[in-house]
Design a protein around this ligand. Structure first.
Ligand code: EPZ
Length: 417
């Protein structure tokens, strides 16, 4: 079994470069099949989720070329519109193939997607959007077939500002007849990155990044060149690590505006941040004030950072609170932080953290992607050795995390035990 071993209490100094955003790349790659010619996407992170998506594209018949941080998708040979369960289950983002295949071929068959066990993770809003566009959805024991004679633009109100549903409906609507308006759309930067790709292909999308997105259907979508935005969640994770044990730690290649909520919370507890145009330099402070965070849709505090941020709250002098409003099961890291000595209690969807407390290294588990990131952050400040199991969760979303942290002085290594 692969594990990560960390010897804690090292001061991290130097520069870390943030990779392309996982939650953008995993939508851009399925979206590429909407084009009638080659689509080149650069700054793609080298993580296992991308490997899974490449496998799905090739199972459909597309040609895919990977070269360092770029991927070239040739959708012309696509002949198959059915995604086997074994592939669909590998990641949540496989569901973007529903919107893309429906949008281009008016038919798709695939299984309920996979993803971290942080909640039930339904796709009812995605399917509601497809049906609103005129598609017929059948579900045979989690095998979904979505097909339409034709797709007609319409107004779609999202009960929840869902990232996935917003993107998936955009993918299905770009070649529909007429105009589609998505109301209460999610506003995450990754959605803007996908809309920009589609517009580069010749789509007509306005309003991405606001709660009302308008898509005017077009007949043709041509190939293009596009770039993945920097990963704000990877950047935020390393900023939190810098506040825990950094000395002049520079987090490079970021878009600070995408991290406004985290930056303001870090400043609120007294973090020492030098915010540049595309970087942030962070220094560990001797003490931090407590604070409360509540996860919200963008631009609120991101749910994907509440787990790593909780580790920082264990070092704040006083009582802090974390309220999770997006996912119903995103506190699986708490028992492992408690095993390391953290004083945390959980009541419903709110965790109360008392600090500062010294964490002690022990054997812990990465229960999901961002819980795994929290275990890494905790291991970096804990005394002694921390061994993290189930590291495949972490490697799905953090490109070269061992190499990046080692390059700034962390004593971290990947081992087979
Ligand atoms: C995306 O998931 C991200 N994943 C998640 O990041 C992130 O936590 C989430 O957005 C919120 O920001 C990817 O982009 C691949 P949602 P997504 O649809 O699209 C409910 C990570 O760590 N909902 O915005 O699946 C849902 O249950 C991952 O990188 C429905 O009820 O999230 C949740 O409570 C974890 N019905 C809420 O909406 C639906 O049809 C938000 O989900 C869809 C969603």
């Amino acid at each position: 079994m692969k594990v990560l071993e960390i010897m804690g209490e090292q001061e991290l100094t130097g520069s870390l470069r943030v990779s392309g955003a996982k939650n953008s790349a995993v939508a851009l790659i399925p979206a590429a099949l909407l084009a009638d010619d080659d689509v080149t996407i650069c700054n793609v992170p080298d993580i296992t989720d991308i490997d899974s998506l490449t496998e799905i594209l090739e199972s459909l018949g597309a040609k895919v070329k990977r070269a360092s941080e770029s991927i070239i998708v040739d959708p012309k040979p696509i002949s198959n519109k059915e995604i086997p369960e074994s592939l669909a289950k590998k990641l949540r983002a496989s569901y973007y193939f529903m919107g893309a295949l429906l949008g281009k071929y008016k038919k798709v068959t695939m299984y309920f997607p996979g993803g971290c066990s942080i909640g039930e993770r339904p796709i009812d809003l995605h399917l509601k959007g497809f049906e609103a566009l005129g598609a017929h959805v059948t579900n045979d024991k989690n095998k979904y077939t979505v097909e339409a004679e034709k797709l007609i633009g319409t107004n779609i109100y999202l009960d929840i500002a869902s990232v996935g549903a917003t993107i998936n409906i955009m993918l299905a609507a770009v070649k529909a007849e007429g105009v589609t308006e998505i109301d209460n759309a999610a506003k995450e930067p990754e959605i803007v990155n996908v809309a920009t790709l589609l517009n580069n292909m010749g789509a007509k999308i306005t309003g991405a990044g606001t709660s009302t997105i308008k898509i005017t259907g077009v007949e043709e979508l041509h190939g293009c060149f596009h770039e993945v935005i920097p990963d704000r969640i990877e950047a935020g994770t390393y900023l939190i690590i810098g506040a825990l044990c950094g000395k002049n730690l520079k987090i490079d290649n970021i878009i600070p505006e995408h991290l406004d909520s985290l930056i303001s919370k870090l400043q609120e507890i007294g973090a020492d941040l030098d915010v540049g145009v595309d970087y942030i330099i962070v220094n560990k402070e001797e003490s931090y004030k407590p604070t409360n965070i509540k996860t919200l849709v963008y631009p609120g505090f991101p749910t994907d950072l509440q787990q790593p941020f909780t580790v920082l709250l264990t070092q704040c002098s006083g009582k802090s609170k974390v309220t999770e409003t997006i996912w119903e099961n995103r506190f699986m890291h708490l028992p492992y932080l408690q095993a390391m000595g953290a004083e945390i209690s959980l009541k419903g969807q709110s965790a109360t953290i008392l600090g500062p407390i010294e964490l002690i290294g022990t054997r812990v588990k990465a229960t999901d992607l961002r819980a795994g990131a929290a275990m890494v952050a905790a291991g970096l400040i804990a005394s002694g050795k921390t061994t993290i199991t189930n590291v495949e969760h972490i490697l799905r979303g953090y490109e070269q995390i061992v190499e990046k942290l080692s390059s700034v002085g962390a004593k971290i290594e990947s081992k087979e035990i």
